[in-house]
Design a protein around this ligand. Structure first.
Ligand code: FCB
Length: 467
């Protein structure tokens, strides 16, 4: 910890979480590692996309990022200083399997091997995410996630990572936020690979889910001891902007495309009927083959929940039209009133409780772990590099309190990972938006825990001691 960090901590106690609650911090490979072309790593879709003029704020890319690849032992010491139980990181597919096919690259796997050993030596539990958006470019060139073969390639890659790490890693999650991979990557086009086609996105959803199921089955078939398998979804709440029937329909559609088209097949082995009908009405369908839904609904042990904010939805545009130019029903997000983060995301902790309870009620029997929650704010470091981020501290404390609230009402939430350990490459926002609880000076790569990190450390210690 920074000895000059004397700013008062926001005294927001978080009550009601048990001493056994699992605390962690999260990152992902492309956002922190750098060393983009070292030791045999090949390009991912993010290396390509970030070099596309205009795609990323400031023309930034992840070539260096937080240089974590070269600073890993110091970063693990930093994680240890926070007193967390677990560290969630992702494995870079093109580092481990250059080009996305064929044998493993030993040097790539060695890095994660060393990271796992370093974590374990420091008493930190490694929580692996296999895919946090860095698809090997060659697989995108062959069609990407809209193509069925990519799901099989993913299971193959998962097996390579699993075989090397399963003796020491307990938890393997397959995908991070398939909604973002599919819709932001293939329909909206603001994330890699930057394509804009509705049916490509729909096909990507199905093949991502298929890849999850195939990878889970492949890992189970290889295991020499029991593991915890999971998937992480980004979810919010979709409330109607008013009680009108148009707004209620818009909220139903937003919830269907945002949450149910993932969780219904994963848990119940079927796509939601209302969404299937509406897709058919516009001439679209998930590319389901016999047996796919059995694979997708392979049992898993934990659902990772990434929550940032909840939204309302209106079924009319600003002119009052209920259908867009293409004749599709309007589904317009209307952000709740109140404070916003630097991403312009609303701050809605009570909706976090609402989401966790809804998951508990609609998808019962599935343990939940918050795998990401956090916020970007316009940080102002002092001369020593310390950031007195009362805003982020308040965001974290109100959202952790929301978790405690959901637990008190029966939701089976077992852990909470703050996003993020470090300021890092925030995708299309480049380095302009800072989500870290630890400040990174990108010139010197100096890491300085912010006030929020100190508060998080103290909260964990208090909870552990039952206070
Ligand atoms: C999530 C991503 C994560 C980070 C946060 C702010 O959607 O999983 O990598 O960018 O948003």
């Amino acid at each position: 910890m920074n000895p000059t960090s004397t700013a008062p901590l926001a005294a927001v106690p978080v009550a009601g979480l048990p001493p056994t609650f699992q605390w962690g911090v999260a990152t992902s490979a492309y956002q922190i590692e750098g060393a983009a072309f070292e030791d045999g790593r090949t390009a991912s879709i993010w290396d390509t996309f970030s070099r596309t003029p205009g795609a990323v704020v400031g023309g930034d890319n992840g070539d260096v990022a937080c240089d974590h690849y070269h600073r890993m032992p110091q970063d693990v010491a930093l994680i240890k200083s926070l007193g967390v139980d677990s560290y969630r990181f992702s494995v870079s597919w093109p580092r481990v399997q250059p080009g996305g096919r064929g044998p493993a690259n030993p040097a790539g796997l060695d890095f994660y091997d060393r990271l796992v050993d370093e974590l374990l030596a420091n008493g930190i539990d490694p929580w692996v995410t296999l895919y946090h958006w860095d698809l090997p470019q060659e697989l995108e060139d062959a069609g990407g996630w809209p193509v069925r073969d990519t799901a099989y390639r993913f299971a193959d890659y998962a097996s390579l990572v699993f075989s090397r790490l399963e003796d020491r890693v307990q938890t393997f999650t397959t995908l991070n936020e398939p909604w973002c991979s599919a819709w932001l990557g293939y329909q909206v086009g603001v994330h890699a690979p930057g394509r804009q086609n509705f049916d490509d996105a729909l096909f990507a959803v199905h093949h991502l889910l298929l890849g999850h199921g195939l990878a889970t089955q492949a890992m189970r078939s290889l295991e020499t001891r029991p593991h915890t398998y999971g998937i992480t979804l980004n979810m919010g709440t979709a409330d109607p902007a008013s009680d009108s029937s148009e707004d209620r329909e818009a909220a139903r559609r937003a919830d269907g495309m945002g949450l149910r088209i993932y969780l219904d097949p994963l848990r119940y082995g079927r796509y939601p009927a209302d969404m299937v009908d509406e897709l058919a009405a516009r001439g679209s369908a998930f590319p389901v083959r016999d047996g796919d839904l059995e694979i997708i609904s392979t049992p898993f042990d934990v659902l990772g929940v990434n929550f940032y904010f909840g939204q309302n939805f209106a079924g009319t545009d600003e002119q009052g039209n209920t259908h867009d130019a293409a004749g599709e029903p309007v589904v317009r997000a209307v952000l709740p009133d109140g404070a916003r983060t630097a991403m312009d995301w609303p701050i809605t902790p009570s909706r976090f409780t609402q989401l966790l309870l809804r998951l508990h009620n609609d998808y019962p029997g599935l343990p939940l772990v918050v795998t990401e929650n956090g916020a970007a704010f316009p940080d102002q470091p002092d001369e020593s590099g310390f950031v007195a981020d009362g805003d982020r501290t308040e965001y974290l404390s109100s959202h952790i309190a929301a978790v405690a609230d959901a637990r008190a009402q029966g939701a089976d939430v077992r852990g909470y990972f703050a996003w993020s350990l470090l300021d890092n490459f925030e995708w299309a926002e480049g380095y302009a938006k800072r989500f870290g609880i630890v400040h990174v000076d990108y010139e010197t790569q100096a890491r300085t825990p912010k006030q929020s990190a100190l508060w998080f450390r103290d909260t964990i210690a208090r909870t552990r001691s039952g206070q």
